[in-house]
Design a protein around this ligand. Structure first.
Ligand code: SF4
Length: 194
């Protein structure tokens, strides 16, 4: 990035990086616009996805919901991004799982994008679970195999993803026979970018 980059140029560069990595859309918003609700933790506890208590990055291991929702307030900005994937039909659960897996490399590659001196603090939140290991070490009683890559989801932090989509001026769903996933990178600037 060139010297004396303005804040809007810096944000545009972050958005472009997410798009280059394969995101369908990407937008930097104020972190104040992120709405949280502990009801999403209750939804995790209903274990519809089968991961409750089976991954270190999922509830309850990821942490107390009140603490995590409070953590969101420590950040100024968020790069919100979405992926949109085609499905064979609305019952194509395998296609949904594969589509979610394709979001993980984007989320991990964004770590390098945000490892720069202009970023003072960063929190990566992905789409629906960690996804780094095929089987989380939680299930075999071992320590996390890659703590530097482990990534919780937006939902685990109580983020209202449909409201997040609206705040980022993105569609929460993108039409019949598609599946849309969201991720976000919350961050603070170091004060050098004006
Ligand atoms: S990195 Fe692997 S072991 Fe660690 S939380 Fe993620 S899936 Fe589990």
């Amino acid at each position: 990035m060139k010297q004396n980059t303005t804040k809007s140029e810096f944000f545009e560069a972050l958005e472009r990086a997410a798009l280059d990595l394969g995101a369908h859309r990407a937008s930097v918003i104020s972190a104040d616009a992120i709405e949280t609700d502990r009801v999403f933790r209750d939804m995790c506890a209903s274990n519809a996805c089968g991961m409750y208590g089976r991954c270190y990055m999922c509830p309850p291991d990821v942490g107390e919901i009140e603490v995590l929702m409070g953590e969101i307030g420590r950040y100024d900005h968020a790069l919100v991004y979405q992926t949109v994937s085609e499905l064979e039909d609305s019952y194509d659960f395998e296609g949904m799982v594969e589509a979610k897996k394709r979001t993980h490399p984007i989320a991990q590659s964004l770590r390098a994008v945000f490892s720069r001196p202009e970023i003072a603090r960063v929190l990566h939140l992905g789409a629906g679970g960690c996804g780094v290991c095929e089987t989380c070490a939680k299930r075999t009683g071992e320590p996390c195999r890659a703590p530097e890559m482990a990534m919780p989801s937006l939902e685990a932090y109580g983020v209202n993803v449909s409201r997040l989509a609206a705040a980022a001026e993105m569609r929460y769903t993108n039409g019949q026979n598609t599946v849309t996933y969201f991720g976000a990178v919350l961050f603070c600037l170091d004060g050098e970018v004006k």
